[in-house]
Design a protein around this ligand. Structure first.
Ligand code: HEM
Ligand code: HEM
Length: 234
């Protein structure tokens, strides 16, 4: 005879670890930093916060590029980066009776992932050049265009995550939190790398603390100081 707990376990399929802890910490820090960079973008008073959020994203992407080579199975670029034909085949399958299912990123989602990584680097590089008066004024324009393009890709990314969750009846957002998906154990990874994720958090929090300490205290912040200097020059 089955015990109630045994039948509950059968009703809920086993969940294997798919996203290691560094990938999850990377992702949610990117979300937080992007949000902070966006809302602080237009204010001179918050410029140091804006710059700090941008640098945080650049650092996170640098880590992710490395982790995409040496990281766990589904974090590796070789696991999810596919050519145009695989992307088309995946998209076509969505309209058929059996949509293709991928344990890691699907080939179309992978395009958004790559675009977001590349756009982060380009946006922060142009932002850095604007902030430090390196290069021409066109970089300021480029920074804004790149940031807006990024927002567009983020919106598409979120819509696609929701659509894909509904289509495959799996909660992708919950999986990016817990790291687990209802897939066979052999599809999963063995190690969560929690220590590395904790080290990432410490590194990011220390960077924020250093930026906070370096900020001019009491009223005027870096952006305003820079603007004041420019005003005197005029
Ligand atoms: C609240 C908004 C967001 C939600 C709910 C969300 C959700 C997700 C989910 C569920 C995945 C995994 C997709 C899959 O299973 O294939 C993912 C991946 C990813 N997202 Fe987001 N996302 C959000 C915002 C952002 C933002 C703002 C960025 C960057 C600026 C971003 C960058 C990425 C990247 C780079 C990945 C790949 C993760 C990796 O492999 O390291 N996301 N997102
Ligand atoms: C991915 C991260 C970033 C995003 C999404 C972002 C977004 C934006 C946006 C949308 C604006 C335009 C505000 C307006 O309408 O005037 C802006 C302005 C600016 N950003 Fe960023 N930014 C990022 C990273 C950075 C970084 C790393 C720096 C510097 C190191 C920076 C420096 C600036 C400066 C100096 C401005 C003002 C330019 C001006 O005077 O118009 N940004 N940013």
């Amino acid at each position: 005879m089955k015990t109630p707990s045994a039948s509950r376990a059968e009703a809920r399929p086993a969940r294997a670890l798919v996203w290691d802890a560094p990938v999850r910490v990377f992702h949610w820090l990117m979300v937080l930093s992007f949000f902070v960079a966006w809302i602080s973008a237009e204010s001179e008073r918050w410029q140091l916060v804006h710059v700090t959020a941008g640098y945080t994203m650049a650092g996170l992407v640098a880590f992710r590029l490395l982790w995409g080579v040496v990281g766990t199975r589904h974090a590796r670029f070789t696991d999810f980066v596919r050519g145009p034909s695989a992307v088309l085949r995946y998209l076509r399958s969505l309209f058929g009776p059996r949509p293709e299912h991928h344990t890691g990123h699907n080939p179309a989602g992978a395009l958004a992932v790559l675009a977001l990584l590349a756009l982060t680097l380009a946006t922060t590089a142009a932002g850095w050049a604007t902030y430090n008066d390196v290069g021409g004024e066109w970089l300021e324009e480029a920074h804004e265009v790149l940031a807006n393009t990024m927002m567009l890709v983020v919106v598409v990314h979120i819509v696609a995550v929701v659509a894909s969750s509904l289509l495959h009846r799996e909660n992708l957002v919950a999986a990016m939190v817990s790291g687990r998906k209802p897939v066979p154990a052999e599809e999963g990874i063995r190690r969560a790398w929690r220590g590395l994720a904790a080290a990432m958090l410490v590194a990011v929090l220390s960077f924020w603390a250093l930026q906070w300490q370096a900020a001019p205290q009491g009223g005027m912040v870096a952006g305003q100081a820079a603007t004041a200097e420019h005003d005197e020059d005029d």
